[in-house]
Design a protein around this ligand. Structure first.
Ligand code: SAM
Length: 276
């Protein structure tokens, strides 16, 4: 898929009243506060990539030197600019820009942020890698890239993704057999959508499986994101397990960095801090 096409899918998905309302009315998650307390300094210049309506940008503008928020979803940026004006923020700015071409000079930021799985919303390995390479480029030496990802090996996601991937594999080997299997499975699992046979997994939006949604996202494993960050030149990669991933839920809002680590199977996601 061309970068332009996949950006269009992402834009269409986020430029909706429903998403804007949901993000506008959601504050920082506990684990974000914990990570920011550990790594942010009052003078830091922060680049919030995939900032959307500025959920995190405004919280950081209150405690850092300067925040630039960028996103490809224009409606999100408009909303952020409106809030900036209405509330009189002077140390933040918002631009429509893609993570693959950040509007920033080399070595000009102390922190880059890809909050609430923004990296995983970028369809295609090349795009995710180029976003990380851009983070590395714009960071000052010693600066931090802060990001969150799901955990591919969490039991809930594994179950749904296993069904998706098995049906897709069978379809690839034998179209008719795959379609038949899908029709049978749909009788029990209404979240299965015919598009799943022909579209990439991350283009299948919000098919609900009980309480589990398959989002338009890529799911990283801990080792994969670590490997990718290392290959970009990052060092000292610290990975924090978190309790939950969805900030809309009560459980998600109070999601904290775990002090007692658990086996991967029970960890829904990670916050990661990598140093340039
Ligand atoms: C899950 S939302 C997170 C929003 C925000 N970071 C937060 O924590 O509230 C993902 C955001 O990433 C943005 N995004 C996805 N791909 C992008 C890209 N290639 N460049 C810039 N932003 C992108 C989407 O438009 C969306 O606003």
């Amino acid at each position: 898929m061309e970068q332009r096409d996949s950006e269009e899918i992402v834009r269409k998905y986020y430029n909706t009243r429903q998403h804007i309302e949901a993000y506008r009315n959601t504050g920082l998650i506990v684990c974000e506060q914990q990570i920011f307390d550990m790594f942010l300094r009052p003078t830091d210049r922060v680049l919030d990539i995939g900032c959307f309506v500025g959920r995190v940008s405004f919280a950081l503008a209150k405690r850092c030197g300067f925040v630039l928020g960028v996103d490809i979803a224009e409606d999100g940026i408009m909303q952020a600019r409106e809030k900036k004006r209405a509330e009189g923020f002077e140390n933040c700015d918002f631009q429509i820009a893609s993570a693959q071409e950040l509007p920033a000079d080399d070595g000009s930021f102390d922190v880059t942020l890809l909050a609430y799985n923004s990296l995983e919303c970028m369809p295609g390995k090349k795009q995710r890698e180029s976003a990380l390479a851009e983070c590395f480029r714009v960071l000052k030496p010693g600066g931090h890239a802060v990001l969150s990802v799901h955990n591919r090996w969490h039991s809930r996601y594994l179950r749904v993704l296993a069904v998706y991937d098995t049906v897709r594999l069978i379809y690839r080997l034998h179209h008719r057999l795959g379609s038949m299997l899908l029709r049978q499975l749909q009788k029990h699992w209404t979240f299965l959508h015919p598009d799943m046979l022909t579209h990439e997994r991350h283009t299948i939006f919000e098919q609900m499986a009980g309480s589990v949604a398959v989002w338009p996202v890529y799911f990283y494993s801990r080792s994969e994101i670590k490997r990718q960050l290392r290959s970009m030149g990052f060092r000292d990669i610290r990975i924090f397990q978190i309790d939950a991933q969805d900030p809309y839920t009560q459980q998600g809002r109070s999601a904290a960095v775990r002090s007692r680590p658990r086996p991967s199977f029970f960890v829904p996601g990670y916050y990661i801090v990598a140093t340039k």
